[in-house]
Design a protein around this ligand. Sequence first.
Ligand SMILES: Cc1cc2nc3c(=O)[nH]c(=O)nc-3n(C[C@H](O)[C@H](O)[C@H](O)COP(=O)(O)OP(=O)(O)OC[C@H]3O[C@@H](n4cnc5c(N)ncnc54)[C@H](O)[C@@H]3O)c2cc1C
Length: 370
Amino acid sequence: MGLAHAYALARRGRSVVVFERQSRAQGASVRNFGMLWPIGQPKGLPRQVAMQSRGIWLDVLRESGLWHEQTGSLHLAYREDEEAVLREFLDAAPRDGYECEWLAPHRVLDCAPLVNPENLRGALWSPSEICIDPRQVVAALPDWLERNYGVRFEFNCAATAYDHPTVTAGGREWTAGNLYVCSGEDFQTLYPDAFRESGLYRVKLQMMRSQAYGESVRIGPMLAAGLTLCHYRNFQDCPSLPALRERFSTEMPDYVRYGIHVMASQHASGEVTIGDSHEYDSAITPFDREEINELILGYLRTFLLLPDLRIAERWQGVYAAHPAELCWTARPAAGAMIAASPSGRGMTMSFGIAERIVAENLEETGGEGG
Ligand SMILES: Cc1cc2nc3c(=O)[nH]c(=O)nc-3n(C[C@H](O)[C@H](O)[C@H](O)COP(=O)(O)OP(=O)(O)OC[C@H]3O[C@@H](n4cnc5c(N)ncnc54)[C@H](O)[C@@H]3O)c2cc1C
């Protein structure tokens, strides 16, 4: 979110300084799948913002030369009720502004040869998803923004106060017409009162990465299966969804308890990122549950047959979420604008959201903010 705001401001000719309290960003943005996943957004404004964000991402990725692949995505169906939800979504898709189609099993396997063919009924194919490597992108964009747009970066520099126009960061003072607070899951350092009343909550996810398979083993499109249909809100209007939820509650209560749905993306060196689970606020601890990892891998094996899978890395990530807002914003003091993490969709949405927040803020402040 911070990088996206810096880009939106710098493109408008503003002078921008980014304060990052760590020596390099280590938050949710380097810990995710790298899935730019517009298909997951419900129709209307979220879908529009996702597609706008996708367009900006493509400009940034092409100009910066960073690795990305327009893989598209597959939602795989192995049971009748999963197929029913996907077909209902497809029926409404042209009207709701989604470009997608149903693929029969042989066509799924043509584009995704590692998908488990046993009992496969077909899949929803969407071409709009893009895979990036979050670690590479978040590490490289600061240099690119500095070289091309003159954005200045101050690492190891926590912003601790703002009394318009004076920012205190890293124990030094700076002058800024506006402070955009994109502090992720940190609700304490700046404007804790505003955060306390915001309704924001924290969500922990467990993630894994496989060994690097190189060029020889490619999964093709990014993959999701039945459990994901209950996770993303794009499927919320499908009449068969409640029955599917009910089946998962009965047949797979552990998956439901830990908010597990399973997705896979693959990056340049062939490593496959696998996740995830969802635990909330007071349930969040630094300690990962191996039980959750086993459940995730167990479900993964039902739809993706990775040869000789070895887990090279395990980690957790925490993001901030809001029960209702696409992105919770507030103006807690003169010149200050909080833009909270947009939940589990921040990689997908940040550039579109930042573009809107910055445009609106500059208009309202008569172009003074920056
Ligand atoms: C495991 C996981 C998987 C996910 N997968 C996806 C996905 O595939 N696709 C998708 O669209 N979304 C995904 N998401 C969601 C997405 O990653 C987040 O919504 C997004 O990264 C949030 O970005 P952010 O900039 O708000 O937060 P962060 O990336 O956490 O950044 C906040 C930064 O602010 C810094 N900071 C905080 N306070 C201060 C301060 N006072 N001064 C200076 N610096 C400060 C922190 O050090 C940190 O670097 C996933 C999230 C997780 C955790």
